[in-house]
Design a protein around this ligand. Structure first.
Ligand code: C2E
Ligand code: CA
Ligand code: CA
Length: 959
């Protein structure tokens, strides 16, 4: 127990001690209070019961006496009345005095009072005149105390002891006497006390008993000596055998004690559990009765229960207060100890800087102070030790570091002594020079010497080393395998404590790789990585050199510009990796086919350039071109697949076709384009005619720029007709160039150039603007339901600000967006599908209609059309033109119409010129047409006239 208690924290021990102490104290107080109160309650009830019992007893005694007296008196009065009657009869002479006295005597004696009581008469002189007992009549009682009392008082109530002749013992008696003067009789009605009860009228005091209630349900009752219940709130009959809960005969106890008290357990009728009762009883000897008062003790003790609860509550409250109080006091005492223990364990974990709090005094304070002193000392020792260890570790680490550097350095390191012999070399020394330490230690570094430097070089090195203490420079050495190599070398002298040179440390870096890389870089700068062929820069360089030669030595230089036909297709279909293989193979073949003296270069992409010197004349040039074509005669094998590849070639000659490298290459490029235009797989010599055309083109371009400035461009409109009703649905804006001399230039002649030069962008904007303005005008003349379709060229569509430009244009001219349609060709959309979708979605979201122009000439991909927000397909006029003669074209048109309708897209047939075409289109379900059959593209004034005439017809038609 003690051990166990020791293990518990002081805090809890104190708390427990407090609690136990308080509980004991308050418990003791509670017991004392409780027992005192209980005793006093007990005394109190006993007293109350005694008082009640004795009070009732006295009442009963008095009441009984009064009752008996009254009874006896009534009888006496009655009998005196009878005597009166007889006396009157004597006076009236009805009967003699003797007769009357004899008759009266007979009546009086015939009466019994109770069981054995009787009436007797005494003369005024104390002589018994009449008496029922033998030998009593004629007796002189004048000297007897009773006789004296009777003759003296003659009337009234007397209690006394009496024995008639023949009776052994005197018995208590009571009498009431009345004096009948005429006859000098004292008539006495006497009764035995033992028979009193029979004479008493219980009702005279029942109410007194019944109404007496003690406490809550205590009561009083009267029982006689035979056990018969005289008065009881509810019990009747004999109770001789009534037992208490413990089986003792209650009545017996009462009988034996006469006066006294008992407690017993009693089960009330109708109840299950017995209750403890206290009964106090007193005898009423003259009646042979017992007056009893009983009370339930639990009722008496009920205040006690409240007291107990109060005490328990107080106890609980005390405990509740004491527990935390004990805990607080305990904690308060234990806290500094615990803190100290915490500091110690912190110190144990290695924190020597920890100090205890010395605020508290007494033993704990002292303990803390000693602890702190101890810790300070310990910390001091520890710091000294640490510093020492640190120093050693640092020194060791430095040594290790140096050794690591020496061992792992990429640079070769050798250390020589003052005699110039090597005493230490590192692994890199071995890997660079090829010499192992065993082979060189003790030897002079001269073993590494190459023939690259003369003696002066080495002398200078030594002089510098001696003077400055170091040398740094690039030097060529020889490896063990005889190979020479360049290195960057640093030599430093090392001096001892006295300042004398004791060692030389040589650190060198092999820079042969670096030199190689420099060479490679130089190569890369002038060569194409994929084929290893000279690049454009080198080609230009070589060409310039060749031109210089040719100038001096008077020969011609041929420049052949080669471009692989449809290379993009191969790249797209077979992948870039395969494209690269093709480029490599072409480069390989070209290199093999030409002399080393000729330059075969790759300019980038699929373009190659061949420069051939010493060309005599044009014939030789043609031979060269044929040879070049022949290179492509054999198919190429790309990933196990034979692919036919053709070149387009352009050729220029120095000095005929240009004076410098740039012009020669540019003209050859142009000639190459010419051959592409002529259907590929051909070569073209740059000619004057070609030159002329180029100049014409240049002129057209500058003319066009001027034309834009001079507003020579105008827009024509071609109506778009609803086939069934013949109404004009809209019109297509078509640009025209009206030259100052009156000629109208077709867009076919300038749109491609405008596209190439970028002029199409401002031109396109002009068309859009003009179209919007035209629509406003049409609105004014009553043609408000008509839409306008504007063509968008690829370059225009590619413009990043296209959507903004279009919308700005609409807003500027106040044209609702649903009145505008944009015509775009499939190929325009396909160049960058993602951006196209984005742009179309933006336009479409604005309510602008989108038409696919020239449908059928491109991919005609259903998939894309499905995924673009397309509203209209315009069937290319080539199909419409041939459809009446060519069944397959007709079928294509029919299919397009069906497909479009399936996708919820409208169809416009372009270039409708004949009735036959119109009928066929109607049969196919095509809803709109456009073409010369209805109208050519017209200037705005003419188109207004056309529209108005149409409307008139329409109105007629509607009317
Ligand atoms: P497109 O967009 O296919 O325009 C239809 C062309 O067919 C127009 O030629 C028109 O005059 C012509 N055409 C109309 N009906 C008939 C017919 O029944 N028979 C024949 N044979 N031809 C008919 P145009 O005006 O010479 O325009 C040629 C092309 O120039 C246009 O082809 C369009 O691609 C382009 N173009 C015209 N104006 C513009 C423009 O403002 N911007 C852009 N980017 N391109 C334009
Ligand atoms: Ca068009
Ligand atoms: Ca078209």
């Amino acid at each position: 127990m003690a051990d166990w208690f020791q293990k518990i924290s002081i805090k809890y021990r104190l708390m427990a001690a407090f609690t136990v102490l308080f509980i004991l104290t308050t418990g003791l107080a509670a017991v004392v209070i409780y027992s005192t109160v209980r005793d006093s309650l007990e005394d109190n009830i006993l007293l109350q019961l005694e008082t009640s019992t004795e009070g009732i007893r006295d009442t009963v005694q008095v009441a009984a006496r009064v009752s008996i007296r009254n009874r006896l008196r009534a009888i006496a009065e009655k009998n005196v009345e009878i005597l009166q009657g007889f006396n009157e009869a004597v006076q009236t002479g009805e009967m003699s005095e003797v007769e009357a006295r004899a008759e009266a005597r007979r009546i009086l004696l015939s009466q019994t009072i109770g069981e054995t009581g009787y009436i007797y008469a005494m003369s005024g002189k104390g002589i018994v005149e009449m008496h029922p007992a033998l030998g009593m009549e004629g007796r002189d009682l004048s000297e007897h105390w009773l006789g004296k009392v009777q003759t003296g008082q003659r009337q009234g109530y007397i209690e006394y002891e009496w024995a008639n002749p023949g009776e052994r013992e005197e018995r208590p008696k009571a009498l009431y006497m009345m004096y009948f003067e005429p006859w000098d009789w004292i008539v006495s009605v006497s009764s035995y006390r033992s028979e009193f009860p029979a004479l008493v009228d219980i009702n005279d005091f029942r109410s007194v008993v019944d109404s007496h209630i003690i406490g809550k349900s205590g009561y009083v009752f009267i029982v006689d000596a035979q056990g018969d219940m005289i008065i009881h709130p509810w019990l009747q009959g004999n109770v001789t055998n009534t037992k208490g809960a413990k089986g003792s005969n209650l009545f017996q106890s009462v009988l034996e004690q006469g006066d006294g008290q008992i407690t017993y357990w009693w089960v009330d009728p109708g109840y299950m559990t017995p209750r403890e009762k206290l009964m106090v009883f007193r005898s009423v000897p003259e009646m042979d009765w017992f007056v009893c008062s009983a009370s339930y003790l639990d009722e008496v003790y009920s205040p006690l229960e409240r007291l107990r609860n109060l005490l328990l509550l107080t106890g609980a409250v005390v405990v509740l207060i004491i527990l935390p109080l004990g805990y607080y006091l305990g904690s308060d005492i234990a806290r500094p100890l615990k803190a100290l223990a915490g500091s110690m364990s912190q110190a144990e974990r290695g924190d020597l800087s920890v100090r205890a709090d010395v605020k508290c005094q007494g033993e704990v304070g002292e303990l803390a102070m000693r602890f702190n002193q101890y810790m300070s000392q310990l910390e001091g020792f520890n710091n000294d030790l640490k510093a020492e260890i640190d120093e050693r570790v640092k020194a060791e680490q430095q040594l290790k570091l140096f050794a690591m550097v020496f061992h792992n350095a990429l640079e070769g390191i050798s250390i020589t002594d003052t005699n110039g012999n090597m005493v230490e070399v590192n692994p890199s020394f071995t890997s660079i020079t090829g010499y192992t330490p065993e082979e060189v230690l003790g030897k002079n570094p001269r073993v590494l010497k190459s023939e690259h430097h003369d003696d002066d070089f080495y002398r200078d090195m030594w002089l510098n080393l001696q003077k400055e203490g170091r040398w740094h420079g690039e030097i060529w050495n020889r490896r063990k395998n005889g190979e020479t190599y360049p290195e960057i070398l640093s030599i430093s002298s090392v001096r001892d404590e006295d300042g004398e040179i004791c060692n030389y440390v040589a650190v060198f870096h092999d820079i042969s790789d670096m030199k190689l890389k420099d060479k490679q870089l130089e190569h890369q700068a002038y060569h194409d990585a994929l084929t290893g062929l000279p690049n454009r820069t080198l080609a230009q360089d070589r060409l310039s050199v060749a031109i210089a030669h040719a100038q001096r030595e008077d020969f011609k230089v041929a420049v052949l510009f080669l471009d692989i036909d449809n290379f993009k297709k191969i790249n797209d279909s077979m992948g870039h990796a395969v494209g690269d293989i093709l480029i490599q193979q072409v480069g390989e073949r070209l290199k093999n086919d030409f002399r080393d003296a000729d330059t075969v270069a790759r300019l980038g992409g699929d373009e190659f350039l061949i420069v051939v010197e010493h060309v005599e004349d044009e014939r030789e040039v043609i031979e060269l071109a044929d040879r070049l074509m022949a290179v492509f005669a054999e198919p190429f094998v790309l990933v196990n697949e034979e692919v036919e590849v053709t070149p387009s070639i352009g050729v220029t000659l120095y000095p005929d076709d240009g004076e410098d490298a740039d012009i020669l290459i540019k003209n050859a490029d142009m000639a190459m384009y010419q051959s592409k235009a002529k259907g590929k797989n051909v070569y073209f010599l740059f000619t004057q005619e070609m030159n002329d055309r180029i100049s014409r083109r240049l002129k057209l371009e500058s003319d066009m720029r001027q034309a834009i400035k001079d507003r020579q461009f105008t827009v024509y409109f071609q109506p778009k007709i609803h086939l069934k009703t013949g109404t004009v649905m809209g019109m297509e804006a078509l640009v025209r160039w009206a030259k100052p001399d009156g000629t109208i230039v077709s867009p076919a002649d300038f749109i491609p150039l405008a596209e190439e030069t970028g002029l199409i962008v401002p031109l396109g904007e002009f068309v859009l603007e003009t179209s919007c303005q035209a629509m406003q005008l049409l609105d004014g003349v009553g043609c408000s339901d008509i839409t306008v379709s504007v063509n968008l060229s690829p370059l225009q569509f590619e413009q990043e600000d296209l959507v903004d430009t279009v919308i700005a244009n609409l807003e500027r001219n106040g044209l609702p967006s649903k009145k505008l349609e944009l015509e775009i060709t499939e190929s325009t959309l396909m160049t960058d599908i993602e951006t196209s979708v984005e742009k179309l979605n933006l336009l479409s979201a604005r309510g602008i209609s989108i038409a696919i122009d020239d449908f059928g000439t491109g991919h005609s991909s259903l998939y894309y059309i499905k995924n673009f927000p397309i509203n209209v397909l315009k069937i290319d006029q080539s199909f419409v033109r041939d459809m009446t003669d060519d069944m397959s074209d007709a079928q294509i048109v029919e299919t397009i119409v069906l497909m479009a309708h399936n996708l919820g897209v409208k169809v416009v047939a372009e270039g409708v010129e004949t009735r036959a075409q119109l009928e066929l289109l109607e049969a196919y379900g095509c809803e709109m047409v456009q073409g010369y059959y209805y109208s050519k593209p017209l200037p705005l004034e003419d188109v207004i006239v056309y529209l108005q005439s149409k409307m008139a017809i329409c109105h007629e038609y509607v009317d």
